[in-house]
Design a protein. Sequence first.
Length: 65
Amino acid sequence: MTSLQEGDKAPGFSGIDQNKNKISLHDFKGKKIILYFYPKDNTPGCTAEACDLRDHYKLWLDKGK
């Protein structure tokens, strides 16, 4: 797989959401989304990054308009 750079289009993929429903990137076609990946649950770095994303949610929301 080729590495993606900021601004690249993500390749199609599917997965299971928090409610155990199958979702795919195609479900969000035409919408702006943030893809957030992390290597492992309950690690300090991942927690800090998730908190930063949460803390700056309004900024990201405003940029998406």
